[in-house]
Design a protein around this ligand. Structure first.
Ligand code: CA
Length: 226
């Protein structure tokens, strides 16, 4: 999953960026409202963390523009302490949740996970597909209860497929949701990651749908259909 952080406090944005990357997200950071608006407008994020007090364009205006343009990604706003009117303005502009500064990183992560799973139609942080378990809270995966050692890109790929289990995901969509903006994006590398993942989780769990993309499936359920 790919997340945009729009925050002008350099220490906070760097810290959040590092934490989110550690937890298996692809992360882009914008330090003012104009850059933040542009990124949200042009890149398909799975969620956005948006500070409201921003230089150039304020957070509420950025959010209003995105929503007016039909952007539906979940947005978590960061507000100053005791500014209840700011929260109301944020929700009116289309925010999905808020956090008041200062906050605990764990709480931000929990709220972000809640937004992401709700957007993808899940109720828990763990997704199980025929003996494969993807734990988005711990950024880990298991096959038949055994932990699988994955690189961060392999985990992102698996997590995205699991969040959208049963659906065929194109290579382009995978590229857009597992790499950050600065990564040298090449859709051929997806094939390499899929190959490595198959070797780790079992070759029959990721189906290649020719010309369309990949789909995560339960091999036992597929065999029963035959
Ligand atoms: Ca600020």
């Amino acid at each position: 999953m790919r997340v945009l952080i729009v925050e002008d406090d350099p220490d906070l944005s760097r810290q959040l960026g590092e934490v989110l990357k550690d937890m298996g997200y692809a992360v882009d950071v914008a330090n003012d409202g104009e850059e933040g608006h542009f990124l949200g407008d042009t890149e398909p994020y799975d969620a956005v963390v948006l500070d409201l007090g921003l230089p150039v364009i304020d957070g509420v205006s950025v959010l209003q523009k995105w929503r007016a343009d039909g952007k539906t990604f979940p947005v978590l706003i960061l507000t100053a302490r005791d500014q209840w009117s700011e929260k109301v303005a944020g929700f009116d502009a289309g925010a999905d949740d808020y956090l008041t500064k200062p906050f605990h990183t764990e709480e931000l992560l929990a709220r972000l996970r809640a937004l992401l799973r709700r957007a993808a139609g899940h109720t828990t942080d763990t997704i199980e597909v025929g003996g494969l378990m993807v734990d988005n809270r711990a950024a880990r995966a298991f096959v038949d209860g055994m932990p699988i050692k994955l690189t961060s890109h392999e985990f992102r790929l698996l997590s995205y497929l699991a969040m959208h289990r049963g659906r065929v995901i194109s290579r382009t969509e995978l590229v857009e949701h597992i790499y950050d903006q600065d990564f040298d994006r090449d859709s051929n590398t997806i094939e390499v990651f899929v190959g490595r993942l198959r070797r780790k989780i079992g070759t029959d769990r990721i189906e290649t749908v020719r010309g369309l993309g990949y789909r995560l499936l339960d091999p036992a359920a597929e065999n029963n259909k035959k």
